[in-house]
Design a binder for this molecule. Sequence first.
Ligand code: NPW
Ligand code: K
Length: 529
Amino acid sequence: MISAWTGRQIRAAEQPLLDAGHGDRLMATAAHGLANAVLRAVRETRGRVYGARLAVIAGSGNNGGDALFAAATLARKGMSTTAVLTSARSHPQALAAFEKAGGTVLRLAAGGDGAGAGADDSAAAAAGPFVTPDEAAALCSRADALIDGILGTGASGGLRSPAKELVERIIGLDAPALTVACDLPSGVSAETGEVSGPVMPADLTVTFGGTKAGLLTDPAAGLAGRVLTVDIGLGPHLPAPELRRLEPADLADWWPVPQRTSHKYTRGVLGIVAGSAQYPGAALLCTQAAAATGVGMIRYLGPQEICRLVNLSTPEAVCSQGSVGESRVQAWLVGPGATGDRDQQARVRDALASGLPVVADAGALDSLPSDLGPQVILTPHAGELVRILAEQDVEVTREQVEAAPSDFARLGAGLTGATVLLKGATTVISSPSGALFTQDNATPWLAAAGSGDTLAGILGALAATVQRDLLAEAGIAEPDHWAAVAAMAAAVHGIAGTEAAAGGPVAASDISRAVPETVRALLELRQDG
Ligand SMILES: NC(=O)C1=CN([C@@H]2O[C@H](COP(=O)(O)OP(=O)(O)OC[C@H]3O[C@@H](n4cnc5c(N)ncnc54)[C@H](OP(=O)(O)O)[C@@H]3O)[C@@H](O)[C@H]2O)[C@@H](O)CC1
Ligand SMILES: [K+]
C-alpha cells in the first residue's frame, strides 16, 4: 500500500528534526536522492551522463536549494549544468555549492510586476547575467534533463511572474528530453492535487520524506509523471496518512478466496437490481462482471424480458421478478440501467433501506435516502456527484469537481454518510469519515460506455464476498472498510481493463472476460502461497 501525506503533514513531521538542528542533513539527503534519480533517468533516456546538458530552474526557497545541491552533484559527474534563478533570493549554500561545482548561473529578468532575479541586486550580486523568459525557455527546451525546482511545499497558489512566463514559454516549445520535478511540479497543491496556472508536466517527480497526497490525485497526478519517494528519515514523525493507494500485493492478500468447506451461500450471495426495457445492456454487463469476479451466487431481480436476457448471457445467475425483502443476499448492487422502471426503482429503494452493503450506481444515485451508512457505496462520475451534492444544497459545477476531485468526493461522502467512489482518470474513494484512497490502474481506453457497469459488477461481487477481518488485520479502520473494498474494485477493474485493451480499444464485456486471469495473476503474489 502506498501512503501519502499533505505538504502540511510532511512539514510538521520535519519540524522536530529542524528544531534538533538536522535541517542541513535533511536537505543533503533530499538532494542526493534527487541527483541519483536524475542520473538513472538520464542513463535510461540518453545512455551517457558525461556531457549531458542539465538545466535547473531554481526558486527562492528550499525547493530551489534541493535542486541546486542536486545539480552541483550532477555537475561533478560531468553534466554541463545551467541554473536559471527565478528570484533575487536563492538558497545561499546551495547556490555556492553549485557555482563551486562549475555550474553556470543565469538570472531570469524581471517580469512586468518587477519581481525576478534582478529585483534585489545585493542578494544576486554573486550570480550571473540576466536572461529573458524566451531565452531561458529555449535553453530549457534543448536540455537533456530539466529540473523544476521553483516551488515546493512552502508555496501558495500558482507560479508568479516571471517564473510563470518562463514556464508558459517552455510549455509552448518542444519538451526537454526529460523533465524532473523536485518534490512536486511547481504550481500544484501538495494537499489536494489542485493546479493553479501553468505547470510544467514532469516525466518523473522525486518527492521527499513521504509521497504528497496531491501527487496521487488528479489533476496534479496527470502532471507528475512517475512518482519516486526519497526517504529522508521522517518515518517516526509522520501521522496517519491523508490518502492511501492499494498495490497488487494488497489485492492479493485481501482477495476473498474460498476455503475447502465453502459453499455458494457461505462465499457470499450478491443481489442485483439492474436493467430496464430501455437499458437492458447494463444488466447484462454488470451481471457478467460480478460472475467473473467470483461470488457464491447471483440473484438477479428485474423485468421478465431482462431476466431472459441475463439468463442467456450469465446462466449462473438466478433470475426472478421477486422483491428485495424476500431475497437473501449478503450485498446488493442496484441502479445500472434501472432508470424509468417503477418496479426497479422500488427495489432500489428497498435495497438502500435494507442496512446491507449496497453498491448504488447510475439510476440509483438520483433518489438516495437521507440516512445512508458507510456500507452504501455510491459510484458517481463527476456529473452525477454534482447532482448528489445539489441534493445536499451544495451548488458546484462539473469543472469544479474535476479541479479538486478528492475534496468533493470527501464532501459527498461526509454529507451523505455513504462511501463515495468518484470515477475519473484517477479514481478517488472517500469514506464518510474522510479516509481517502486513489487508484490509477485504468487506461484511457476504459472511458467508454459500459465500463462503469462492469466496475459496478466487480464492486458488487467484492462487497458480497470480502472478508473484512483481513482488512482489519491490515490496519484499515472499521469505518473505512468499504472504501478499501471500493479501491480493490477500482484497481482490479483498471488492471483487467488495461490487460484487455492491450493498448487499443476495449469493449466493456472484454473487461469482464479479463478479470479471472487478472485475479489468478494477483493471487500468485500471495505471501501465504
Ligand atoms: N523543510 C525542510 O527541512 C526540508 C525541505 N525540503 C524542501 O524544501 C521545500 C520547501 O521549502 P520552502 O519552505 O522554502 O518553500 P518553497 O516551496 O521552496 O518556496 C517557497 C518560496 O517561494 C516563494 N513563493 C511562494 N509562493 C510562490 C508563488 N506562488 N510563486 C512564486 N514564488 C512563491 C516564497 O518566497 P516569497 O517570494 O513569497 O518571499 C517562498 O520563500 C520542499 O518542497 C522540499 O523541496 C527538503 O529539502 C527536505 C528538507
Ligand atoms: K518543484
